[in-house]
Design a protein around this ligand. Structure first.
Ligand code: C5P
Length: 354
């Protein structure tokens, strides 16, 4: 409202004042609205391009040069490695250590072999090189995932087993990734809405093994030479039924898709990323580092406790997973803090769950 301070002035002048003020006000509102829209849109665009590379909408329709979005080395909006990378990350990230065992990298240093054999204190292990040779007569020996480059944009989801996945409805988001990594006993059937239904890689060790479908890659984490003998046996004769506990003697899996986690990489994760916290890294942390090495973007689901502080599994009702945090085998808190730090540095995207 225009408060005209001189009541004795003619009415016409008062009317002109009113008109001028309302025009000014409308212009101000319009200018403010335009400014607001620009700021909102810019923030929206940047928060997505920086934090959610899976939203291709911004990437493909405009075909902006990659350099617009990323200073990185891949075809995504943000890449695992960037030209002006974070020093904490570059000090640790070593692409020359390959996550998968092949014949070529199977010669372990004495230090690595000794550490690896110590993990489960195997008594009288078989000859490692001979077992490896037999192994690669049963499963393929290939240098996989070495195709990083400016054209590649491989999006990955690492799905941990935390009960915090319950009720999240992350299923569709998880399934939209190129690579979906699950682990141990994790089921999808009956939990699709929260955890998704696709699995490209299932990480396990003999004592946590489950059957897989024909399209999923089985990624075995060996903790001892017997574990390599077990996978040979489980895919062929079924003769090994016991490690330190009874294990599945046979496993349903496509033997052309069986991969072995490299003991050298295993030790690199423990030394470099965990700085020797815990006795050895958990399946979840090993899977995360596998993803960080083979993917361009990594989204993490189902890690950590739920909002009550429970460390159970999403398929369990109670707090059975409590053991995970307190066994002393893994340093769950340290692992979780490193995971949060990676998220903080935009190397991974954490979906915290409920
Ligand atoms: O319990 P399990 O070892 O099968 O879980 C697989 C991984 O999921 C763990 O290694 C851990 O990284 C993650 N996890 C978690 N919080 C839980 C349960 C599992 O972070 N409550």
């Amino acid at each position: 409202m225009c408060i005209f301070p001189f009541p004795h002035f003619p009415r016409k002048l008062s009317f002109t004042c009113h008109y001028a003020m309302s025009l000014l006000k409308r212009r101000k509102i319009r200018a403010f609205t335009v400014l607001f829209c620009i700021v909102t849109f810019t923030m929206f665009l940047f928060s997505y391009t920086l934090h959610d590379p899976s939203l291709y909408f911004f990437k493909y329709p405009f075909r902006l040069p990659d350099s617009f979005f990323s200073k990185g080395q891949c075809g995504c909006q943000q890449c695992m490695t960037e030209l002006d990378d974070d020093p904490w990350f570059t000090e640790r990230f070593n692409l020359s250590v390959h996550p998968l065992l092949t014949r070529r990298n199977s010669l372990l240093t004495d230090d690595t072999y000794r550490w690896w054999q110590w993990l489960q204190a195997e008594q009288q292990p078989a000859n490692f090189s001979e077992v490896v040779e037999k192994l690669f007569q049963v499963i393929p020996d290939a240098d996989l995932y070495m195709d990083a480059g400016p054209e590649r944009c491989r999006t990955c989801a690492v799905v941990g087993n935390s009960g915090n996945l319950k009720g999240t409805r992350y299923g569709t988001l998880i399934d939209s990734n190129d690579v979906i990594i699950r682990m141990n006993q994790a089921p999808t059937s009956g939990y699709e809405e929260d955890v998704g239904s696709r699995t490209t890689h299932h990480v396990m060790y003999p004592e946590s093994a489950i059957d897989l479908d024909n399209t999923t890659s089985l990624l075995l984490i060996p903790f001892k030479t017997l574990d390599l003998q077990w996978i040979i046996s489980a895919l062929t004769t079924g003769s090994i039924q016991h490690t330190y506990i009874p294990v599945q003697s046979r496993i349903k899996a496509n033997r052309d898709r069986v991969l072995i986690y490299s003991p050298t990489f295993f030790k690199y994760v423990y030394d470099t990323w965990l700085e020797n916290h815990g006795r050895y890294p958990s399946t979840g942390f090993l899977s995360l580092l596998f993803a960080i090495h083979i993917c361009d973007t990594v989204s993490v689901y189902g890690f950590g406790s739920d909002h009550y502080g429970n460390w159970h599994h999403y398929w369990e009702e109670n707090n059975m997973g409590g053991a995970f945090r307190h066994t002393g085998v893994h340093d769950g808190d340290y692992e979780y803090n490193i995971t949060l730090l990676l998220a903080d540095k935009h190397k991974i995207k954490m979906f915290k769950g409920r």
